[in-house]
Write a protein that binds this ligand. Structure first.
Ligand code: CP
Length: 330
């Protein structure tokens, strides 16, 4: 019976074009953020990512449609998920990949980020995937390079592929985004994931709440069209999705709360809060997670959590983004 099921899935996937052709009206050369993407553009990326995900689920590891392309990972900040999945995404599509290491590069000899990127581009690179602590670095590279530029996180500004993979995970679990109430909880002030989620979710019709201590969330967030709250206990019963953001100690100049223990007492998603939530609450976390701080281990590993599905979707989203940016001329 199982063998039969697998054959049917494989047949159906092979009947569908994977990846779907890049739409004729797709005009983006770079992915710098979600702020200015239309609902149509977001849906194109999500649909393309879903087709990549379905193909992988059916056992297709390689979709070699970018065999003539080269992608470079230009990471000036640490990463596990984003760096690895962009490298895997490029390889699954048949592209060559180069992994740049800032710590062993000639940056230490005074070379600028733009000169570094231009020199790497001169070796025949088609896409530059950049993570940097300074907001705007991807925009700067996009203005100075011919290659496609993908923002893999620029300081606290945006992390568009993280926002997309979070939204894809919600869409898979809940069937759509419109009308859902999604809460982003934690270090909103320093979170690029929060900003990308806000833009993407609002454009697709969700109601967004940002929640955290008053040192990390302020009424000014209402200017972005979101609700704000200082109390996780108050919002837990009425949300459909909780996205638990890491406290980014590395970006903070002063401690925003007296102790990690107090933060966990007020904001960690735990068994007691889960008991007061909707029965089908979806729990997300972009990772890395600090177990016991934003979320207790039983919730992180429990049935409401889609944390590892997010990682799998991250690969599909990054394959979709590379295909849409580099596959248009095919
Ligand atoms: N979520 C995320 O960006 O993880 P990494 O920092 O490990 O890439």
């Amino acid at each position: 019976m199982q063998t039969h099921k697998r054959e049917v899935v494989s047949y159906m996937v092979s009947e569908t074009t994977v990846p779907p052709p890049v739409p004729k009206d797709w005009s983006r050369r770079h992915l710098l953020g979600l702020e200015d993407l239309s609902a149509g553009e977001l849906t194109t990326i999500l649909d393309t990512a879903q087709s990549m995900r379905d193909a992988m689920a059916s056992g297709r590891k390689k979709i070699p449609v970018l065999t003539d392309k080269t992608c470079v990972n230009l990471f000036f900040e640490n990463s596990t998920r984003t760096r690895t999945s962009f490298a895997l995404a490029a390889r699954r599509l048949g592209a060559d990949t180069v992994d740049f290491s800032a710590s062993t590069s000639s940056l230490s000899k005074g070379e600028t980020v733009i000169d570094t990127a231009k020199n790497i581009e001169a070796m025949g690179v088609d896409a530059v995937i950049v993570r940097h602590r300074t907001p705007g670095t991807p925009q700067l590279l996009a203005q100075n390079l011919n290659a496609a530029v993908v923002n893999a996180g620029d300081g606290p500004h945006e992390h568009p592929t993280q926002g997309l993979l979070d939204i894809l995970t919600i869409r898979q679990r809940r069937g759509g985004i419109k009308g859902l109430t999604v809460a982003l909880v934690g270090d909103i002030a320093h979170s690029r994931t929060a900003r990308s989620n806000i833009w993407g979710l609002k454009t697709l019709g969700a109601h967004v709440i940002v929640c955290g201590p008053s040192t990390l969330v302020s009424p000014r967030w209402e200017e972005l069209g979101v609700e704000y709250s200082y109390s996780l206990d108050e919002i837990v019963p009425r949300v459909d999705v909780l996205n638990l953001l890491r406290i980014q100690f590395e970006r903070q100049t002063t401690r925003p709360f007296p102790s990690v223990r107090e933060y966990a007492h007020l904001y960690a998603m735990n068994r007691e809060r889960l008991a007061r939530a909707k029965k089908d609450l979806l729990v997300l976390a972009p990772g890395p997670i600090n177990r016991g701080v934003e979320v207790t281990p039983d919730v992180a590993d429990g049935p409401h959590s889609a944390i590892l599905e997010q990682v799998t979707n991250g690969l599909a989203v990054r394959m979709a983004v590379l295909w849409l940016l580099l596959g248009g001329e095919k």
